[in-house]
Design a protein around this ligand. Structure first.
Ligand SMILES: Nc1ncnc2c1ncn2[C@@H]1O[C@H](COP(=O)(O)OP(=O)(O)OP(=O)(O)O)[C@@H](O)[C@H]1O
Ligand SMILES: [Mg+2]
Length: 262
């Protein structure tokens, strides 16, 4: 599987005016690669991920999966959002089987798959719990199990750990690396946190302030499993942070001038 973004551009037109969100984004993601998209708030990361997911259409350019253009959502790609977006009226296990049920799998197979992935994300024993009975970190684990159960080629993760406390996030970083190493999934992970990007990614694509472009690319070859406080990682992070800071400042200035113009 090869995923290609070719010259993707996107402008949003609203009553308040136009927002030039993405400008000619070109990138390739290899099968089994873990790529992080890093950039300041509002630079177009979610927009780009939504375009890859097929939830949003680019104005120009194309996303290709194995040379086939993406024209909408598909079972080969699954999105995981910042808020787990679980079904509150279903228990943990039924949240995971939901998509398998829609796909028409026999119930016994659905349950076997759900329990396998719930075990994988450390939720054994919580199958019958309801969403209101579990913590934020557990909700993200359910969302991950639900995505993995569909066995997609590509996992698209939009700041999935941003709302979690630091300890839970660190734990999930370790677990996600482990899951990725064992499943061979292709992952595109959006974050605005430099160290998170370096803990997880083989490659980090740094986006510029809006309109989002790929400003620079960093390869991260540090041994796994990585921890957010690893010395070597902190050294690389310093370099990336200097670049990101420039973009954060540029983004701030732009918001300032938009306010003045309004
Ligand atoms: N549906 C929409 N309609 C109008 N404007 C939009 C829409 N979606 C996004 N935008 C604008 O496009 C720009 C990029 O938004 P996007 O959500 O992709 O940024 P982001 O990098 O994900 O930011 P954050 O890190 O805060 O999540 C923003 O200026 C946003 O206001
Ligand atoms: Mg976003």
């Amino acid at each position: 599987m090869k995923l290609e973004l070719r010259s993707i551009s996107k402008t949003f037109h609203t009553r308040r005016g136009n927002t030039y969100a993405l400008q000619e984004i070109t990138a390739e993601v290899a099968s089994g690669e873990f790529v992080c998209l890093l950039g300041p708030s509002g630079c177009g990361k979610s927009t780009l991920l939504n375009i890859v997911a097929g939830l949003e259409r680019p104005d120009a350019g194309v996303v290709l999966i194995d040379d086939q253009p993406v024209t909408g959502p598909g079972r080969d790609r699954v999105m995981i959002f910042q808020e787990a977006a679980l079904f509150p009226w279903l228990n943990v296990r039924d949240n995971v089987t939901f998509g398998l049920n829609v796909a028409g799998l026999p119930r016994s197979e659905q349950l076997a798959i759900a329990d396998r992935y719930l075990e994988r994300v450390g939720l054994r024993g919580f199958e019958k719990a309801y969403v209101y009975e579990i913590s934020g970190g557990m909700k993200q684990r359910v969302a991950l199990a639900r995505a993995l159960a569909l066995d997609p080629l590509v996992l698209l993760m939009d700041e999935p750990f941003a709302a979690l406390d630091a300890q839970t996030r660190d734990l999930l970083h370790t677990e996600l690396q482990d899951i990725w190493l064992h499943s061979g999934k292709t992952i595109i992970f959006v974050t605005h946190n430099v160290r998170e990007a370096l803990v997880l990614g083989d490659r980090v694509l740094l986006m510029s302030a809006r309109p989002g472009r790929i400003k620079r690319e960093f390869c991260c070859q540090l041994a796994r499993p990585r921890q957010i406080e690893d010395h070597a990682l902190v050294d690389v992070a310093r370099e990336v942070l200097a670049d990101l800071r420039e973009e954060v400042m540029a983004a701030k200035q732009e918001v300032g001038s938009e306010r003045l113009a309004a």
